[in-house]
Design a binder for this molecule. Structure first.
Ligand code: 13P
Length: 250
C-alpha cells in the first residue's frame, strides 16, 4: 500500500513570531504546488498564530510540539488539545526525546497525551527511540517495543486511525550522526510489528513511520528511498527555508 510521506519540521525552541512569518514568506513560494508529500511545520506555541496566518491558503499544515491531556483547569503553563484545535493546529508532536530527557515525559504521559490528541481529532506524531547506551547494549528492540506498547495502551485501531510514529534514535538527534537507511528501516519494522499486534495488520500497513535525527538535504534522498521510511521529522535543518525545501523535495 502506498503511504503518502509526511515531512515535518520541529523547530524546537527557535524563532519568534516575526522570524516565523519570514520563514513562510521564503518557504511557501519554493514548495508551491508540491503535493507529493504532506508538509507540517511545528513552531513553539507563541508562534502558532503567526505560522497559521502565514500558511493560510497553502498546503502546509501547522502543529504544536507538545500538548497536555486535560481539557482545561489549574495546570499552569500547559496547553490542551482543545486549545490547539481552536487556533487551527492539525498536528502535534508527542513524547519527543527532549521532553523525555529534560521534562519528565514518561511512556504513561505519552499515552495520556496521545489519547487526548486523538480524541480531539489532532494528528499525533509520537516519538520513540533508543539512547546510545541502549543501542550499544543491544536493547534497541526492547526499548522500541516497550515505548510502543505503553503508548498504544487502551487505544483501538479506530481511535488511533490518525496515528503517526517518528523513530528518532536519540544518539542521532542534533549530533550530525544519522542512522543509516538500513538501521532506520530495521527499527521501523520493529515498530510496525508492534502496531500490527496492537491494531491489526491493515492498520500497520497504513501506518506512517517517520525517521528523525540529523536529516539533512544531502541524506534525505537515501533515507526516503527506503520502503519502510514514510517521511522525516526534521530539527535543525528545518529552520532554514532553503534546506527544509531541499528535504521536502528530497
Ligand atoms: P535534528 O534534525 O536537529 O537532529 O533533530 C531531530 C529531531 O529531534 C526532530 O524532532
Amino acid at each position: 500500500m502506498a503511504r503518502k510521506k509526511l515531512i515535518a519540521a520541529n523547530w524546537k525552541m527557535y524563532k519568534n513570531p516575526e522570524q516565523s512569518k519570514q520563514f513562510f514568506t521564503d518557504f511557501l513560494p519554493m514548495v508551491q504546488g508540491h503535493d507529493r508529500d504532506e508538509i507540517v511545520v511545528c513552531p513553539p506555541y507563541v508562534n502558532l498564530h503567526a505560522a497559521l496566518e502565514a500558511a493560510k491558503g497553502s498546503q502546509v499544515a501547522i502543529g504544536a510540539q507538545d500538548v497536555y491531556w486535560k481539557e482545561e483547569g489549574a495546570f499552569t503553563g500547559e496547553i490542551s488539545s482543545t486549545m490547539l484545535v481552536a487556533v487551527g493546529c492539525t498536528h502535534v508532536i508527542i513524547g519527543h526525546s527532549e521532553r523525555r530527557q529534560y521534562f519528565g515525559e514518561t511512556d504513561d504521559s505519552v499515552n495520556l497525551k496521545l489519547k487526548a490528541a486523538l480524541e480531539h481529532g489532532l494528528t499525533p506524531i509520537v516519538c520513540v527511540g533508543e539512547v546510545l547506551e541502549e543501542r550499544e547494549a543491544g536493547l534497541t528492540e526492547d526499548v522500541l517495543r516497550r515505548q510502543c506498547v505503553r503508548a498504544f495502551n487502551a487505544l483501538s485501531a479506530r481511535k488511533a486511525a490518525k496515528l503517526v510514529i517518528a523513530y528518532e534514535p536519540v544518539w542521532a538527534i542534533g549530533t550530525g550522526k544519522t542512522a543509516t537507511p538500513q538501521m532506520a528501516s530495521d527499527a521501523h519494522v520493529i515498530i510496525r510489528a508492534e502496531a500490527a499486534k496492537a491494531f491489526g495488520d491493515d492498520f500497520a500497513a497504513a501506518l506512517r513511520i517517520l525517521y528523525g535525527g540529523s536529516v539533512k538535504p544531502d541524506n534525505a534522498h537515501a533515507l526516503m528511498a527506503e520502503d519502510e521510511i514514510d517521511g522525516a521529522l526534521v530539527g535543525g535543518a528545518s529552520l532554514d527555508p532553503k534546506s527544509f525545501t531541499a528535504i521536502v523535495k528530497y
